[in-house]
Design a protein around this ligand. Structure first.
Ligand SMILES: Cc1cc2nc3c(=O)[nH]c(=O)nc-3n(C[C@H](O)[C@H](O)[C@H](O)COP(=O)(O)OP(=O)(O)OC[C@H]3O[C@@H](n4cnc5c(N)ncnc54)[C@H](O)[C@@H]3O)c2cc1C
Length: 493
């Protein structure tokens, strides 16, 4: 049944979006319970010429689902099965399940894990097909690296909706469609109803070994500095050390792939500079953490507090760093501007960061986050999956959040100017070059397609997909010839 504005469920469903900047006004929302019902829902929307989008977890950072032009949302949240499919010798995970619930089911059922998002509320549906990195990516790669197959509902040239299965088997005639779902991003080819997951090197049909074993324990660390203790020299040293550590330790053979860390360079008005990280190395975790901290804080002679905790995997995965995801966190309006780095920030970029983090010219609450990257992610060739960036050492994001719509103009002005100036030498965006390597499609930023903010001459799709874009276009032409599935940064056929 279609849920229209007079239905009491409509108000809740329409506000499911994490980023409250983008609340749409569709004619109706549909909640299918099976692939057959997704086909029916897509067909109905196509027949009535209504623009439709898929929604799974609602964690899109841009307005792809909340676009006011969207007339129908097909919400996958009732399709949440997770089971081992003996026919495919792979875990089947329906698109509507959240990452947290998938962690729970895979762990309690079989003791295994898919390396995926940090926030348990993210939907599997819109996440895995964007590559998908997280706390365990340095050890196990991207979620998409473990994608065996995908089922989706797509629309042919005659306007007929149907389902199709595509796997990575070399003789699968639909293999290119599988490939496009290993990093092509959401809302491009059809509506994914189900993923099948099995690590690439796995043979046989034992579910207990089909995916990586979940870590026996997680040792988290939190480091907090008082912002007012920093001057530009110590700030620069900390950022330089962090970048240098990543440069030295982001290859697949690094002794530190079981360590992940995020440096939160918050705006000074927020009071603190922080790091939150973890290691899965069990008894060796504290040693890895100590060595990492020694390298990152070398010469930064500023007191900090240090908190180390050990917890079992699932307790951590379902509530990681609770202070990050507090109640109200999902009521925020936000803008995130992502960039991959191949080499650490330069002195000029660190000076830019110092300025935008300390200036009082803007009323903005945000920061620059630097997440360790690479490790096993960097073992995979650029064209083996659609996730092209395979030698980055850091994933970074200028980000800002606000609650009061009145703050929006200042917040956006700050975050856009900050990012533009960080990448000033390459047209305001992190073009693929010696130092930067584009951005992640799971963190989409429509500014990259706006000539006012991207003056590099390098189109947005090269920033996200690099040389994989023409191949994605071919898949688009083959599988969505009528361009039924589109948004501001969708693949053009
Ligand atoms: C708090 C937060 C934390 C995050 N953490 C991480 C992280 O650690 N790692 C990371 O890689 N990313 C992270 N992200 C980004 C996240 O992976 C993407 O936003 C992802 O697209 C969200 O998927 P969703 O299903 O929740 O979103 P939705 O808003 O439901 O969808 C996002 C996009 O995918 C499309 N889509 C949704 N479902 C389907 C489907 N079934 N078939 C086809 N297309 C679909 C939508 O149409 C839309 O274009 C985070 C985002 C937030 C808000």
């Amino acid at each position: 049944m279609n849920i229209t504005p007079t239905d009491p469920r409509y108000a809740d469903l329409v506000r499911k979006a994490f980023n409250k900047r983008f609340i749409g006004q569709p004619d109706y929302i549909c909640l299918p319970g099976s692939t057959a019902e997704v086909i029916e829902a897509v067909q109905e929307a196509v027949n009535s010429r209504r623009r439709l989008v898929a929604r799974s977890g609602g964690h899109c950072l841009e307005g792809f689902v909340g676009d006011p032009a969207v007339r129908v949302i097909i919400d996958m949240s009732l399709m949440t099965s997770v089971y081992y499919d003996t026919d495919k010798a792979a875990f089947a995970v329906e698109a509507g399940v959240t990452v947290g619930e998938m962690y729970r089911r895979l762990f309690l059922g079989w003791g295994v894990v898919l390396p995926a998002a940090e926030h348990p509320g993210v939907g599997v549906g819109g996440h895995v097909l964007g590559g998908a990195f997280g706390f365990l990516c340095r050890e196990y790669g991207l979620a998409a690296d473990h994608l065996y197959g995908v089922e989706l509902v797509t629309v042919d040239a005659a306007g007929k909706a149907h389902s199709v299965i595509a796997t990575r088997e070399p003789d699968d005639p639909n293999r290119e469609l599988w490939w496009a779902h290993t990093g092509g991003g959401g809302g491009n080819f059809g509506i994914v109803t189900r993923y099948w997951l099995r690590s690439p090197e796995v043979t046989g049909s034992d579910p207990y070994t089909a995916l990586p074993k979940a870590p026996a324990s997680i040792t988290t660390f939190r480091i907090t500095w008082d912002w007012k203790d920093f001057d530009q020299t110590t700030f620069t040293l900390l950022v330089r050390n962090f970048g240098q550590w990543c440069l030295e330790n982001s290859h697949p053979g690094s002794a530190y792939i079981q360590l992940f860390n995020i440096l939160f360079l918050n705006r000074r008005v927020l009071g603190k500079v922080e790091m939150k990280g973890l290691s899965t190395a069990g008894d060796k975790a504290e040693t890895l953490i100590d060595e990492h901290l020694a390298a990152v804080t070398r010469g930064v002679d500023i007191p900090y507090t240090r908190q180390i905790e050990k917890s079992p995997w699932l307790s951590f995965a379902l509530n990681p760093f609770p202070e990050l995801f507090q109640p109200g966190f999902d009521q925020v309006r936000a803008k995130v501007k992502d960039a991959f780095l191949r080499r650490p920030f330069t002195d000029e970029q660190m000076a830019t960061a110092w300025y935008y983090l300390t200036t009082q010219d803007y009323n903005a609450f945000g920061g620059l986050g630097l997440a360790t990257y690479g490790g096993k992610v960097n073992e995979v060739p650029s064209d083996a999956t659609a996730s092209a960036q395979r030698d980055a050492i850091l994933d970074t994001a200028c980000n800002v959040g606000w609650g009061d719509p009145g703050q929006e103009a200042d917040a956006l002005a700050w975050v856009r100017a900050f990012y533009r100036d960080l990448y000033a030498t390459s047209g305001g965006v992190p073009v693929p070059n010696q130092q930067t390597d584009g951005a992640m499609i799971n963190h989409p930023d429509a500014d990259l397609a706006d000539p006012a903010w991207n003056t590099s001459g390098i189109p947005w799709y090269t920033l996200y997909y690099k040389d994989n874009y023409p191949r994605l276009q071919q898949v688009k032409r083959n599988w969505d010839p009528l361009n039924i599935f589109y948004h501001a940064l969708s693949i053009r056929g």
